[in-house]
Design a protein. Sequence first.
Length: 130
Amino acid sequence: MSDDDLIEHAAREYVERHGADSVRVLTDHAEMADEVGDTPSAQTWRDIADAAERIVRSDHISMRILYSSPNGDRWLLCRDRDGVFVRHEPNAPSGGKVSKIEIGDFLSRGPRNPEHQALLRLIGTLAHGG
């Protein structure tokens, strides 16, 4: 695998994990490497951040955190070229497998947990122009 392929692969993994925040996360890594004088690593992090930015722009990914639970799970409202959905990022001890849930399926599941309430509040603010 070429260096460019490795950079692209790393960028895709960061975008999968962090969505639109991936560019900020990667830039932070580059800055930390600069601070400790590791110029080659800083440049690599910047290259990965640039690739992640291209991926985010081309995939038209946008994400907004709905809810972060005390145990580390996160639910995000996401939009990409395929539509709007909820992304669940479970904590590492529970396996950490990210899932994509259609809005209707998400809202029709079981009791109204905090993540459901957060989505309903967000929808309410949109309906009230807020």
